[in-house]
Ligand binder design. Structure first.
Ligand code: TRP
Length: 354
């Protein structure tokens, strides 16, 4: 039994402002994973074209995700921070995966159905192939662990299906190269070139909901800016948005059970807990019985305490785009080296002459 070398990979699209949900749900997890893992964090600019082709602020969007990574504490020297378009091997492997993935698999992708909406004829071919490119992002480094939100679980299952089909279809070509690893998938022994990726789903991180509607996810596409706290919001904006957040008239309960049927209260308590690195139960043992008029100011203070340093560092970094670009160029060069090694192996396995 062999083992793939552990490698963490994740991607964030450069579309719209990053908000508290992205920070607590993804970026903070990326930061924590650095301690014990080799990590690669990618600004997936090729994916950004799938829903909308032309973006007038593309460079700013790419730099601001990068700035958020760095401001949150990702170390681009120890790990790799880069943008996808600087590593053409992603698109190259995606083409091969387009020939591995079956139409039946792609037709099941719920995110495509949601994003394409009613007028599916007008959706881009790229939007349909999006999960295949995502599989390539991960597998071009033979990454093993992928921190993502719940909504990306199906795409990671597809990534495993693609890896599995490639491994099985090419098994007898992989064997003589000596590049494969003996693994078992379920009960089945497989001589694999690509690992079966493991999702690292939310864990203790909360699903951060809209400040205006506790049943909807906090989203960068919500037309109301009051519904979310952006990482670029200053202290005044944070304070205003929390004070205006929707609540109900009751005091906070003393037990987590009492949050049932109170989505807005549940959301604000969840945000407090995540920012304070506590459980909801611990937060309620402190604030149970208190009114929102007491809880909200405490949440404002805590939010500003955690987010203001990140915000200040993001602004400092955004004022120096040439530094950000140099980080991406350096990360891109290191990523290309790894990706090209995989692609040469894939070319040999397939039998392309080189
Ligand atoms: N689809 C992911 C999202 O929307 C972004 C993404 C693209 C990604 N490629 C990836 C995430 C590879 C993890 C790994 O959130």
């Amino acid at each position: 039994m062999g083992e793939f070398k552990p490698l963490v990979f994740s991607g964030v699209q450069p579309t719209g402002n990053l908000h508290l949900g992205n920070y607590l749900g993804a970026i903070r997890k990326f930061v924590a994973l650095q301690e014990n893992n080799d990590c690669m964090y990618c600004v997936v600019d090729l994916h950004a074209l799938t829903a909308q082709l032309v973006h007038d602020d593309m460079p700013t969007q790419i730099r601001s995700i990068t700035a958020a990574f760095l401001a949150a504490g990702i170390d681009p020297k120890q790990h790799i921070v880069f943008n996808q378009s600087q590593v053409p091997q992603h698109a190259e492997l995606a083409w091969i995966f387009n020939c591995v993935a079956r139409l039946g698999w792609m037709n099941r992708m719920t995110q495509f159905k949601d994003k394409a909406g009613k007028d599916r004829e007008q959706a881009s071919l790229g939007l349909y192939a999006y999960p295949s490119l995502m599989a390539a992002d991960i597998l071009v480094y033979r990454a093993t662990h992928v921190p993502v939100g719940e909504d990306q679980k199906q795409h990671l299952e597809l990534t495993r299906d693609i890896a599995m089909k490639f491994n099985i279809d090419f098994m007898e070509k992989i064997r003589p190269t000596g590049l494969g690893v003996d693994i078992t998938v379920g009960e089945e022994p497989v001589h694999a070139y690509f690992p079966m990726v493991e999702p690292l789903i939310d864990g203790p991180a909360p699903r951060v909901m809209s400040l205006k509607d506790g049943t909807k996810k906090m989203s960068k596409s919500d037309p109301s800016d009051l519904s979310r706290i952006n990482l670029m919001d200053d202290a005044d904006a944070i304070s205003r948005k929390i004070r205006k957040a929707k609540t109900d008239p009751d005091a906070l309960p003393s037990e987590v059970d009492g949050l049932k049927g109170r989505p807005e209260a549940d959301n604000l308590v969840g945000i407090f807990a995540a920012l304070a690195d506590k459980t909801k139960a611990e937060v309620l043992s402190e604030f149970g019985g208190q009114q929102f008029s007491v809880f909200k100011p405490a949440l404002v203070d805590l939010s500003i305490e955690v987010l203001a340093p990140i915000n200040a560092e993001m602004r400092r970094l955004m004022a120096d785009p040439s530094y950000i670009d140099s980080v991406l160029r350096d990360g891109g060069a290191r990523a290309r080296e790894r990706a090209e090694k995989t692609m040469n192996e894939v070319r040999d396995i397939i039998g392309f002459v080189r």
